[in-house]
Design a protein around this ligand. Structure first.
Ligand SMILES: Cc1cc2nc3c(=O)[nH]c(=O)nc-3n(C[C@H](O)[C@H](O)[C@H](O)COP(=O)(O)OP(=O)(O)OC[C@H]3O[C@@H](n4cnc5c(N)ncnc54)[C@H](O)[C@@H]3O)c2cc1C
Length: 319
C-alpha cells in the first residue's frame, strides 16, 4: 500500500495546478493518471492572460508553442466583424505535459477505478491510501462517480458535445475565426491557427438544445466543414474529428465532501458562455490546494462564470 497525504486523480491542468501548489508548501502528494504524458487532449487550446497570471508565469517564459491572438473575426448570426483582443493559443499535448512536470509531484501511471472511504481517509484500488482525495479526472472522473454523483448528479442541460481536430496545414490562413449560432447551432464553431503550421477546427453545442431542434453534432459538423471548404480554409485536408463531452458550470453543485474535492471538468466548471475550461481548471486546482494547506474554505463558485467579457472587452482583461 502506498500511503500519502493527498492523492490527485488526473494530471490535466486542474490536477497539476493543485499538485504544484501543494508541492510549494511541502505537502506530500501523488498524481494518478491513466494516460502516459505527453498525452493528447481534445481542446482548442485557447487560454486567456488570466490563466498565465494564475500560473504565476509571464507568457514570454512559456517554453513551447504559443500563439498570441490579437484579432478575431467573429461571425454572429452570419454577420462578421473583427475584434481586437489579446488571447493565447497553446497545444495541449505540450502545455499539459509541461504543467505536470513543473508540479514536481510523483506521477503514477494508473487508471483509478475503485474508491473506498475508510477511517480517516480514502483507499484507491487497494493500492493507494490518503487523507485528502482530489478528483481531477475530467468528465468521467472516478471521484465524481463514486462520491458525488449518487448524491448530486450533474445537470444534463449543462452538457456540451464537441467535435474537433488539430492538424498541420501548409500555408494555413492565419486569421482566428469564431462563428456563433451559425445554421441554428446552439453553440459556436472555431478555426484557430497556431504556431508551427497547426490549425484547430471544432464545434461545441449544448446537447439538449441540439436534440430539441432535431439536430445532432455530426450533421452540424458536416455543414461546418462544407463552409470551411467553400472559404478555402482547409486546403486539401479531409477532416476526421474526434468527440468529447463536458459540462458547463453547474448551479448548486457540492464541490467538497469531507476531505474529497472536485476540481476542473470533474466539477463541471467551464464558463457558461464560451465553455472555457482550462482557466477554471487551473484556478480550482489552486483553490483546492489552498484549502488542504491551511483550511481556507474551498469555493470554486467564486471563479468567473463568464469569459466572453474577458475576450471581447479590453478593460476587463486587466482584472
Ligand atoms: C473540443 C474541446 C475544445 C475545448 N477548447 C477549450 C479552449 O479552447 N479553452 C479552454 O479553456 N477550454 C477548452 N475546452 C475545455 C477544456 O479542455 C477542459 O475544461 C480542461 O481540459 C479541463 O481540465 P481538467 O484538468 O479538469 O481535465 P482534463 O484535461 O480532461 O484532464 C483529466 C486527466 O484525468 C485523467 N483521468 C481520467 N480518468 C482517470 C482515471 N480513472 N484514473 C486516472 N486518470 C484519469 C485523464 O487521462 C486526463 O489526463 C475544450 C474542450 C473540448 C472537448
Amino acid at each position: 500500500m502506498i500511503e500519502t497525504d493527498v492523492v490527485i486523480i488526473g494530471g490535466g491542468p486542474a490536477g497539476s495546478s493543485c499538485a504544484w501548489q501543494l508541492h510549494q508548501h511541502g505537502i506530500q502528494a501523488i498524481i494518478l493518471d491513466k494516460a502516459r504524458f505527453p498525452r493528447d487532449k481534445l481542446c482548442a487550446g485557447w487560454i486567456t492572460p488570466r490563466v498565465f497570471r494564475a500560473l504565476r508565469l509571464g507568457e514570454d517564459r512559456y517554453p513551447h508553442t504559443l500563439t498570441t491572438v490579437r484579432r478575431i473575426v467573429v461571425s454572429l448570426f452570419r454577420t462578421s466583424f473583427p475584434v481586437r483582443t489579446t488571447q493565447y493559443a497553446i497545444r495541449r499535448v505540450e502545455f499539459d505535459d509541461w504543467l505536470l512536470k513543473r508540479s514536481g509531484i510523483p506521477v503514477h501511471h494508473h487508471r483509478a477505478k475503485d474508491i473506498s472511504v475508510q477511517a480517516g481517509g480514502f483507499v484507491i484500488d487497494r493500492t493507494f491510501r490518503c487523507r485528502f482525495l482530489v478528483g481531477a479526472g475530467g468528465t468521467n472522473c472516478p471521484v465524481y462517480r463514486s462520491l458525488f454523483a449518487p448524491v448530486s448528479p450533474r445537470r444534463p442541460e449543462r452538457m456540451i458535445v464537441t467535435l474537433e481536430e488539430e492538424f498541420r496545414l501548409e500555408g494555413a490562413d492565419q486569421t482566428c475565426r469564431l462563428w456563433f449560432f451559425d445554421n441554428r447551432l446552439p453553440g459556436y464553431a472555431w478555426y484557430v491557427p497556431k504556431a508551427d503550421g497547426y490549425v484547430n477546427i471544432g464545434i461545441g453545442a449544448k446537447f439538449r438544445s441540439l436534440n430539441a431542434r432535431g439536430q445532432n453534432i455530426r450533421t452540424s459538423w458536416n455543414t461546418f466543414v462544407e463552409m470551411l471548404s467553400k472559404r478555402s480554409l482547409l486546403g486539401g485536408h479531409r477532416p476526421s474529428p474526434r468527440g468529447h463531452a463536458y459540462y458547463l458550470r453547474q448551479p448548486h453543485m457540492p464541490y467538497r465532501r469531507g476531505n474529497a474535492f472536485l476540481i476542473g471538468d470533474s466539477a463541471g466548471l467551464a464558463s457558461v458562455d464560451m465553455g472555457e475550461g482550462i482557466g477554471p481548471a487551473v484556478e480550482s486546482g489552486l483553490k483546492s490546494a489552498r484549502s488542504i494547506i491551511d483550511g481556507t474554505p474551498y469555493r470554486p463558485e467564486s471563479i468567473g462564470r463568464f469569459s466572453a467579457v474577458d475576450i471581447f472587452v479590453p478593460w476587463a482583461r486587466l482584472r
